[in-house]
Design a protein around this ligand. Sequence first.
Ligand code: ASP
Length: 430
Amino acid sequence: MRGFKLKMHWKILIGMILGLLFGLLMKSIEQKGLIIDWIKPFGIIFINLLKMIAVPLILVSLINGLADLKDISKLSKLGGRTISLYLSTTVIAVTIGLILANVINPGSFINEASRESLLQNFASDAAQKIEIASQTKNNGPLQPLIDIVPSNVFHAMTDNASMLQVILFAILIGIGLISIKRKQAKPVVKFFKGLNEVILKMIDFIMLAAPIGVFALMAALIVEIPDFTTLQALLVYALTVVLGLGLMMFIVYPTLLYSFAKVKPKRFFNAIAPAQLLAFSTSSSAATLPVTMECVTENLGVDDEVASFVLPLGATVNMDGTSLYQAVAAVFIAQAMGIHLDLSAQLMIVLTASLASIGSAAVPSAGMVMLVIVLGQAGIPEAGLALIFAIDRPLDMCRTAVNVTGDSAVSGIVASSIGKLHTKKSNLFD
Ligand code: ASP
């Protein structure tokens, strides 16, 4: 792959633009079926390839990284810093979302007629999400803790939604490796090091198909999203979310990275552009994880042992874009339905949206399912979800890009804080 003139992010961007144009063309000549039957499957295959590699990558790279730490106190330092940064960025994101939603008041821009038609047209789609969320809602308060510990690790590894369980298992193996005699640990570590190299090579191969994959995904997206007339009523709401996400991506993360790790914005964005574009096209932080790992280690210079711990954890629990979106969406639905949210209700949203984003799976539209819980806690009718359904996919793409950017930024800050941020090694995917 190295030696190609065009950088990977340009190839992906060109794939996306061509996909958009092709989708528009096919839509205009009413050939939607052609895209769904013959183009979209290539997008699905590409996402599946990435998801296929995600669990082995997390397991192997985390074991590798931990074995390199050589002592457990380093792990607790790494863990403590990572979790506090993840929590802080999530709270910043929800707060930005709430401030923007209150200042802009997007709910006042939707008229009675559009509100009724949206509520009616998307009632059954919303009901489906509410149904999925109700399964989570009936759980006890400590259920998330129980869910982290697998009763059968092979079972956990067969389910991409059980990433935290795989992470826990890998951490335990890593701790075991650090704790036994070096001589005994050596062959095991060597095996995982070799396997890690193989997996990284596989990701390189999969990424060769990225431009075609994103072409197919974008073409399918264009023919599947509702018409612009439906979306028009939601324009101010969508712009509010995008503005908030833009502030996170272009102001908050670069400022944090520069202040704590002296990483210039240009270097940061150059390094992670392929991961951001892929997150945007796939709407899944989990599917993007293999590429995020490579961008952050190879291009940004974050040490493997930091990236392999911080990023899989972040893909599963740190979703700043999702939490910001949930805050704006909750307030928007309340405004559109004429429900007043007082200060205590809004503070409650800070808490529930932070928790809901942690609980959201790293897959398309998961944030919307967890939004049901935020609405329920704030006393906003869950059926209001129908109002935002039509525009959710494009917003999902944007918030996933922010989620991945947040994870990458935190990995840079944590790495720098323990002296594990190197100057740029090479530019991967060039
Ligand atoms: N699609 C998002 C992600 O994978 C989650 C969400 O729906 O907000 O990060």
